[in-house]
Design a protein around this ligand. Structure first.
Ligand SMILES: NC(=O)c1ccc[n+]([C@@H]2O[C@H](COP(=O)([O-])OP(=O)(O)OC[C@H]3O[C@@H](n4cnc5c(N)ncnc54)[C@H](OP(=O)(O)O)[C@@H]3O)[C@@H](O)[C@H]2O)c1
Length: 269
């Protein structure tokens, strides 16, 4: 790191956020920036990131933009390494990028949609963390946040790809948390309920306790700050999540049997 970069990083803690070009990631970026943090903003659409930073009048000394497609391990790792080179080691990494595509796996072509969901939502989290794990362990501090979903707790109709991808994030983050426990590096599994973003806007079913991205970001900040291992936001969904966890499979099957399916991504596009 250059002297100037050291001076910048010593002034403000750094947060690295994937999926910062929209929804939850963008709201988290705004929230952390307003609290004095520096930002490493990651997405495929860097033009959107740059435009947002400009429109939000961010101080150019306090943010940088990195392009990554998190479905591509090399691309995701390269963005992390570029951040280490240019801005230094973050205090916090939020692996938030994700997609929510409905699938019908009786249809051959939906298998590639499922593969894409798993690559974005599951492998994307591991590949986004990877460049930072060893340096954080060496430093003895840092937080890695994996954005899962309440949909990762149980299966939902039409949502097999998404639910499986988020269940995998929950298990992966739990494994990583146990591995890093003694190192001083925290791993936070964040499970949003429903948040009003482009990802949920076309859902054809009710979305109870829907939060704005800004409100979600405020609550997520508090959870991350206290290094909670596992948190569902909002609290009403946390109660529902606890019940979902406890229900035996035969009861869960009855609860969701008549629920509207998540529409197939391929039939919509
Ligand atoms: N909204 C909800 O109710 C809700 C509930 C539970 C969990 N979540 C989770 O929260 C996270 C954020 O969702 P959101 O609601 O904010 O969705 P969103 O508004 O659609 O934003 C998704 C973000 O992910 C990025 N992204 C998607 N695929 C990517 C890829 N292959 N490589 C790099 N970046 C990629 C997008 O950026 P580019 O297109 O520019 O790459 C975008 O910035 C997701 O993991 C989602 O599953 C959301």
């Amino acid at each position: 790191m250059s002297q100037q970069q050291i001076a910048i990083s010593s002034r403000a803690p750094l947060v690295y956020i994937t999926g910062a070009s929209s929804g939850i990631g963008q709201a988290l970026a705004r929230h952390y920036y307003d609290l004095g943090w520096s930002l490493a903003l990651v997405a495929r659409r860097t033009q959107v990131l740059k435009q947002w930073a400009q429109d939000s009048q961010l101080d150019a000394q306090r943010y940088a933009v990195y392009q990554a497609d998190v479905t591509d391990i090399d691309s995701a790792c390269a963005a992390g390494e570029a951040c280490l080179d240019h801005q230094g080691l973050p205090a916090l990494v939020i692996a938030n990028a994700g997609i929510s595509w409905g699938v019908d796996t009786s249809q051959r072509e939906d298998l590639s949609a499922m593969q894409q969901v798993l690559a974005s939502n599951t492998m994307g989290v591991a590949a986004s963390f990877q460049p930072f794990i060893a340096p954080m362990v060496a430093r003895g501090s840092g937080s890695l946040v994996g954005v899962a979903s309440i949909a990762g707790i149980r299966g939902l109709p039409g949502h097999g790809a998404y639910c499986a991808s988020k269940a995998a994030v929950i298990a992966y983050c739990e494994s990583l948390r146990t591995e890093l426990k003694a190192s001083g590096v925290a791993v936070v599994t964040l499970l949003p309920g429903y948040v009003d973003t482009p990802l949920t806007r076309s859902n054809p079913y009710p979305m109870p306790f829907l939060l704005s991205p800004q409100e979600f970001a405020r609550r997520a900040y508090r959870v991350i700050d206290r290094k909670a291992g596992y948190a569902i936001i909002p609290w009403q969904m946390a109660l529902i999540g606890r019940v979902m966890n406890l229900l035996p499979a035969f009861i869960w099957d009855r609860v969701v049997a008549g629920r509207t399916r998540k529409p197939r991504h391929l039939s919509e596009h």
